[in-house]
Design a protein around this ligand. Structure first.
Ligand SMILES: NC(=O)c1ccc[n+]([C@@H]2O[C@H](COP(=O)([O-])OP(=O)(O)OC[C@H]3O[C@@H](n4cnc5c(N)ncnc54)[C@H](OP(=O)(O)O)[C@@H]3O)[C@@H](O)[C@H]2O)c1
Length: 398
């Protein structure tokens, strides 16, 4: 199947916007279940300094536009061939799993990380405080809640001259306490619009770039979640993920003449997140079915474990945020540190033993990776095709 040509719009770096999710906090819930049933950076530097840093960065990226992609193998003065640094784009690398993965990869000295984030200054500070060496990362602006921003990012990335060896679709929003839906720039419900549709457009456009890479193992990774899999205990905590007949998705999730929910039901922020994760896992499989054989790209998803301390839970009530980490540590024992989760995702990016395509990776108690089973819905080939076909219409690719 021929790769689709990408359409680009002219672009420039834009000052990143603040996140625009909003949610009222009332009900306390664990991925949507009432908590009782279960038993954000120092911005002290002046705006002026921030602007200067931003300008310097933009300058750096522009300077890179004159560079050409380095050959995959370099010859050392001793005549030994060494592999060039891999180049990986990670969305949502300003905190949590994305930041920990960026750090784990950068520390090996074998990867240059393009941190694709909506908040430039937050990301710059996060990278610095994580101790990521300057030469190992570049920040580029990406707001997944705007399809224009996704297209601008792709354009900026191409102009930067970096090759694309691995793309990690990691960013997400989770709005469990929202009573009313909020929307992306194009008017899609925010969770599915950001977590699925933004990433869908990004990965479809960047497939061409990945395919051009001469790196030994090129990969497209879309972060999934146990919460979208109803074959697990966590996935059975109501509200359960369910895409239904996708009438809401087909209607554009606008909440106007159609529901903001994929299945056409009443809005539920926790379910919208879980549904978006099912879309992520189905999209990975549809990529595999359509493109793995033709391109050799490895398509994979994963559940990194319950990283109870990340910003994902920022919209939850304070009591939940206080009790969730110890609950996961001492009761469910499902807790995974940000550092450990970063190592796991870094494995899926770079480990030579994790090249199998179409796989949803998980880790056992000894932190050993294994191929996990997806739920019936999250592995339904017809649903995967339908999510793909509706999504490409929504993002303007069909
Ligand atoms: N935490 C867990 O237990 C857990 C479990 C399973 C799977 N996951 C998955 O792991 C991934 C990372 O989550 P996390 O736990 O690390 O949460 P996190 O710390 O909140 O990280 C989410 C990242 O997404 C970014 N983001 C949100 N909206 C965006 C937008 N419109 N455009 C660009 N970036 C945006 C955030 O940027 P800002 O910094 O600008 O907000 C942040 O960098 C998600 O896919 C999540 O579903 C997490």
């Amino acid at each position: 199947m021929a790769l689709q040509a990408t359409s680009l719009v002219s672009s420039s770096f834009s000052i990143p916007k603040e996140g625009k999710c909003s949610a009222s906090s009332k009900d306390s819930s664990l991925f949507g279940v009432s908590f009782s049933e279960l038993v954000k950076a120092d911005f002290s530097s002046s705006a002026l300094r921030c602007k200067r840093e931003f300008k310097q960065r933009v300058g750096t990226v522009r300077a890179q536009t004159v560079t050409t992609t380095p050959a995959v193998n370099k010859t050392t003065p001793e005549g030994k061939k060494t592999l060039r640094k891999g180049s990986v784009v990670i969305t949502g690398a300003s905190s949590g799993l994305g930041l920990a993965t960026a750090k784990a990869l950068a520390e090996t000295g074998k990867w240059h990380v393009i941190m694709a984030c909506r908040d430039f200054l937050k990301t710059e500070r996060a990278a610095k405080s994580a101790g990521i060496a300057k030469e190992n990362y570049t920040i580029m602006h990406l707001d997944l809640a705007s399809l224009d921003s996704v297209r601008q990012f792709v354009d900026n990335f191409r102009r930067s001259g970096w090759p694309l060896d691995v793309l990690v679709c990691n960013a997400a929003v989770y709005l469990p306490t929202a009573k009313e839906p909020t929307y992306t720039a194009e008017g899609f419900e925010l969770s599915v619009g950001t977590n699925h549709l933004g990433h869908f457009l990004l990965s479809r456009l960047l497939l061409e770039d990945l395919n051009k890479s001469d790196y030994p193992s090129k990969r497209l990774i879309i972060v999934g979640s146990i919460t979208g899999n109803t074959n697990t205990l966590a996935g059975n905590v109501p509200p359960k993920a369910n895409l239904g007949d996708m009438r809401g998705l087909a209607g554009g999730l606008t909440g106007l003449n159609t529901s903001a929910m994929i299945d056409g039901g009443d809005f539920d922020g926790a379910k919208a997140y879980k549904d978006s994760k099912v879309c992520n896992m189905l999209t990975m499989q549809e990529f595999h079915r359509r493109y793995h054989e033709e391109t050799g790209i490895t398509f994979a998803s994963l559940y990194p474990g319950c990283i109870a301390t990340t910003g994902l839970f920022r919209e939850h009530i304070p009591l939940f945020r206080l009790l969730f980490p110890p609950f996961q540590k001492y009761i469910t024992k499902g807790f995974v540190s940000e550092e450990e989760s970063g190592k796991r995702l870094a494995q899926v990016v770079s480990d030579p033993s994790l090249t199998k395509s179409g796989v949803y990776w998980s880790w056992n108690k000894n932190s050993a990776s294994f191929e996990n089973q997806l739920s019936q819905e999250a592995s339904n080939a017809d649903k995967a095709r339908k999510v793909w076909e509706i999504s490409e219409k929504l993002v303007g690719l069909a």
